[in-house]
Write a protein of this length. Structure first.
Length: 415
């Protein structure tokens, strides 16, 4: 090793600090396909345990859907495994074009450009379309990948208070002298499950001649009455300029992402976005399977309807059982506990009951906002949901939090 023992010790100290703060991420291994029921090796070396999964982004159950798997096999057979090229050299097949067209139609946009991930889409889009003299005005809770992308761009960066449209208006008034303005938001905020008020945002954008970019990673495929996303939910499908989204959540769960929107903006990404120009093309296997996902979603709303029904069953069951959930309509259901140790302890006990959920605490959520985040899937059956609610009731009873509101839980456990 090229570095000294002292340097090595310094790195080891950094890791120890993470552990001392209780922020260490343990290894967990899944020894089965991703699905409603999975086999988990945890802790490392323990025999695999069969549990119900309530913490995946597998919202529509496509991660191991038989028709999607068949399409992946067909893609492998007809177009091979890898492209060994970035898109613009020799990494674009006819099926990459087909997927882009199919995503454009599904999202109601003029054009779409594929990226290796949504993180890459967000890393590329801002620098491609915004520059000196422009301003990006973002919600303060946007996803880390949007923040990273904005940092790579020379436009001025400003923020507005989380989902606060009065504050956004002030910022838009303040920046009227800029060449271009772009509002940036998540469609669904992943920790709270809240929908951004996109209709009001579009009204403000019109009034102040401003563009709107929505990252719909936690919405594409299931939010809105035909699953197109938050822009469908708020009936503003023709008023959003850019959507970035992932194929790594509801739309198959493998990987890949895109920028979809006004054709000239997408064209600028094709010419300038660095992850598009300098990172490898999506595998034909994923492209072929994702085309199938969009086809299935365009043919019937069955799966997003089932997810909606599952979400309601779970939210109603938890409320009735006396657990303190954050109200909302999305399949992201935070069980609010406020105290990090309580969230961790309860998640561990849920695992013992055969339910796989994870406690979230600072810095992933604001301090004093610790929770267990539950995510529903169309792959869940009623019996799965009922078992999860029953386990929460049993574990909640053990910790004496059933029927307690925020004040009650904090009085008992602190933050
Ligand atoms: C998950 C997520 C991403 C990253 O998507 P990848 O395709 O996995 O890179 C980006 N933005 C938001 C809002 C997300 O939730």
């Amino acid at each position: 090793m090229a570095y000294s023992t002292a340097t090595r010790q310094a790195f080891a100290d950094d890791i120890a600090t993470i552990k001392e703060k209780g922020l260490f991420k343990e290894k967990r291994f899944i020894c089965s396909p991703q699905a409603a029921e999975i086999e988990v090796e945890y802790p490392e070396g323990a025999p695999c345990k069969r549990v119900l999964n309530f913490c995946a982004n597998n919202y529509l159950g496509f991660s191991s859907h038989p028709e999607v798997a068949r399409a992946a096999h067909a893609g492998l057979d007809s177009r091979g495994f890898g492209m060994s090229s970035v898109r613009f050299i020799c990494g674009t097949q006819d099926i990459h074009r087909e997927l882009q067209d199919s995503v454009s139609t599904f999202l109601g946009m003029e054009d779409t450009l594929l990226f290796p991930s949504c993180m890459d889409a967000n890393a590329g889009v801002f620098e491609a379309i915004m520059g000196k003299g422009d301003v990006i005005i973002a919600d303060r809770f946007i996803h880390a990948s949007l923040i990273d992308g904005i940092r790579l761009c020379s436009a001025e960066y400003d923020t507005f208070k989380h989902m606060d449209m009065k504050h956004l208006r002030k910022k838009l008034e303040l920046h009227q002298d800029k060449r271009r303005r772009l509002i940036v938001t998540d469609g669904v905020f992943s920790m709270d499950g809240d929908l951004c008020p996109l209709d009001e945002m579009c009204d403000l954008a019109d009034k102040f001649d401003t563009m709107v970019l929505v990252d719909d990673s936690h919405a594409s495929g299931f939010i809105g009455k035909t699953g197109r996303g938050v822009h469908e939910h708020f009936d503003v499908m023709d008023r959003v300029d850019l959507i970035t989204t992932t194929f790594g959540k509801a739309l198959g769960g493998a990987s890949g992402g895109c920028v979809s929107g006004r054709s000239e903006l997408v064209e600028l990404c094709r010419q300038k976005a660095r992850p598009y120009l300098f990172s490898n093309s999506l595998s034909p296997v994923i492209v072929s399977a994702t085309i199938k996902v969009i086809d299935l979603l365009s043919a019937t709303t069955e799966l997003r309807d089932k997810l909606e029904a599952n979400t309601k069953r779970f939210r109603d069951g938890m409320t009735e059982a006396g657990l303190n959930i954050r109200p909302g309509v999305t399949p992201i259901v935070p069980v609010m506990l406020y105290n990090a140790k309580l969230a961790n302890d309860m998640a561990r006990d849920m695992y013992a009951e055969g339910i796989y959920v994870i406690g979230f605490f600072f810095p992933v959520v604001p301090e004093g906002q610790a929770r267990i985040r539950v995510q529903l899937s169309a792959a869940h059956e009623n019996a799965h949901i009922d078992k999860c609610v029953a386990a929460f009731k049993k574990v909640g009873e053990k910790y004496g939090i059933l029927g307690l509101d925020k004040k009650g839980i904090i009085e008992k456990y602190g933050t």
